[in-house]
Structure formats: C-alpha cells, structure tokens
Design a protein around this ligand. Structure first.
Ligand code: GLY
Length: 131
C-alpha cells in the first residue's frame, strides 16, 4: 500500500467529517455512493440504506459554533479497490448551556474506488467504549 493512497483516504475521511460538522450536504453526498449502508446509534441497531436517513441531520445543523471532528488512532487497510479506514473520533461541541464538551465514537468507514475516485460505501459508528 502506498503512503500516498493512505494519505488520500485519510484526507477523504476528514473531508467527510468536516462536511458533517459544517452541515455541508453537497460535499457529503458527493463523497458518498448513493447506496451507502450504515450502522450508527441514531438508527437504533438497524442497517440504514441510502442517503435519505443522513440528510435529515444536515437540515438540523444550525448552531453558531460548529462542532469539530478529530480522528485519532487511525488505521488504513487497502484491499485493491476497497479500503477500510478505522479511527477513534473526537467531537468537540458547544452544548445547549453554552459550555464546551467532547464526545468520542469508534468508527469504521469503507471506501470503494470507482473509475479512479474513492466513494464512501459503508460505515459503522459505535459509542465510545473508552472511559
Ligand atoms: N451520519 C452520517 C455519517 O456519519 O456519515
């Protein structure tokens, strides 16, 4: 695996998290395959298909101070035209009381190279198991 490919996948993953934080639906949808599948806490254990479920949350993003996402403990595995990016996600935010907070989640994102371009095809996010 080349470091260049690894760096590109990390950059794509950060771009995706930035789009989520900024409520930038255009960028998010551009990075994702329309058949994206996902397990995330918001889906209550169900596998979500497609982008509509995720679009709902972009319509809500209205706070003055946008959250900031930092990936740590990043691991990239490239298997031909498929890549798995795993990391621990730290999200800094300002709560309803005006005070800053941080929450952590464990994420695995799967990318598929389609006609030379990496598209996001699946992810799994779990609440932090760290204390
Ligand atoms: N809920 C959208 C995402 O994490 O990709």
């Amino acid at each position: 695996m080349s470091n260049e490919v690894e760096a590109e996948l990390i950059a794509k993953s950060q771009q995706l998290l930035d789009a989520i934080a900024q409520g930038d639906w255009g960028t998010y949808a551009e990075l994702c395959d329309p058949t994206l599948t996902a397990f995330e806490p918001e889906a209550l254990g169900r596998l979500v298909h497609g982008l509509d479920f995720h679009a709902f949350y972009f319509k809500l993003s209205g706070g003055q101070v946008k959250p900031q996402n930092t990936m740590s403990d990043i691991h990239v595995r490239v298997l031909g035209d498929v890549a798995i990016v795993s990391y621990y996600r730290l999200t800094q935010f300002v709560g309803g009381d005006g005070n800053p907070g941080t929450r952590g989640t464990e994420e695995t994102r799967v990318w598929h190279r389609q006609e030379g371009r990496w598209r996001h095809v699946h992810f799994h996010r779990s609440p932090s198991q760290k204390s």
